[in-house]
Design a protein around this ligand. Structure first.
Ligand code: AMP
Ligand code: FE
Ligand code: FE
Ligand code: ZN
Length: 283
């Protein structure tokens, strides 16, 4: 059974490789299907699909939309989305605007901490419209303020870090609806992120399923065996589809390899067909 990778980032958000290079790398690694899922943007999809068609590997149009659920950040993946849908594009534009609203406030906090950095330098580092904390981290590395992206997160940018600024984010149920309205299949990314202390993950997933969630990302680069069994059990109990991906970001996350994660990731090809069958039928 072949393997696939349904969670990939390109230079159109915070990945370090172009869509062409991501798809080519996945093809060379022997993967059978790939989904490009940039944060809050579809701008890399036309290039990715074109390259996929040329190389003869299936590329699924995807997205990863930032949201909030019960006070925690939740990322919702959308597969097979209609990326020409005008309403979706408008909503994504708003999402990126909320990034441009938050990011200068982060830079301001960094400046107050005595670090020299401008938002223009961050934007230049990003080279795309979906500007995120990883770009701020990279800019801090370039300026010599920290040695690595991880150090930038640990010292300043992580939730609770000294330069952390929360983003205004839509509710996860709302984002699930956005994806369905664009004929996409909504899936909860890296479910351990949303595990609020006061609610079991199964309860969270049940609420999200009531809102239209179709699957959860059971296989993920950093999931332990124990987490995988917990998430498999939730998917069985709630009748949610199982998906998986590496969350490959190129050199922005140097320990994650496309299709293989940290070495023991395996997303079987057979997970793809049920996902395709779940595409919402809109009138
Ligand atoms: P943003 O969407 O701009 O708030 O940035 C979120 C992204 O930053 C996530 O998708 C991760 O790739 C990365 N990230 C978030 N928290 C951490 C952390 N503690 N360490 C490293 N990377 C992180
Ligand atoms: Fe990312
Ligand atoms: Fe994510
Ligand atoms: Zn991701």
């Amino acid at each position: 059974m072949g393997r696939i990778d349904l969670h990939l980032h390109s230079t159109f958000s915070d990945g370090s490789l172009s869509p062409t290079d991501v798809i080519t790398l996945g093809h060379t690694a022997g993967l059978r299907a790939l989904a490009v899922t940039d944060h809050d943007t579809i701008d890399g999809l036309s290039e990715a699909l074109e390259v996929g068609a040329r190389l003869g590997i299936e590329v699924i149009p995807g997205i990863e939309i930032s949201a909030r659920f019960e006070g925690r950040e939740a990322h919702i993946l959308g597969y097979f989305i209609d990326w020409t849908d005008a309403t979706l594009l408008e909503r994504l534009e708003q999402q990126r605007a909320s990034r441009h609203h938050r990011n200068p406030l982060v830079v301001e906090k960094l400046n107050q901490l005595g670090l020299d950095l401008t938002y223009e330098e961050v934007i230049a580092t990003a080279g795309s419209d979906s500007v995120g904390r990883p770009h701020i981290a990279q800019a801090l590395v370039h300026k010599g303020h920290v040695r690595s992206v991880q150090e930038a997160f640990d010292r300043y940018l992580k939730d609770g870090g000294s330069a952390y600024v929360p983003r205004v984010l839509p509710d996860a149920c709302e984002v699930i609806r956005w994806i369905r309205e664009a004929s996409g299949v909504p899936v909860l990314a890296h479910p351990q992120w949303v595990k609020p202390q006061h609610l079991p993950l199964a309860t969270v997933c049940r609420s999200l399923k009531d809102a239209g969630l179709v699957g959860i990302e059971v296989f993920y680069s950093t999931h332990t065996k124990r987490q995988i069994s917990e998430f498999l059990e939730i998917s069985r109990t709630l009748d949610l589809l199982i998906t998986g991906g590496s969350d490959f970001h190129g050199s922005a996350k140097p320990d994650i390899r496309i299709g293989y994660g940290r070495g023991d990731l395996k997303v079987p090809e057979k997970l793809l067909e049920p996902l395709r069958q779940a595409i919402p039928q809109t009138a």
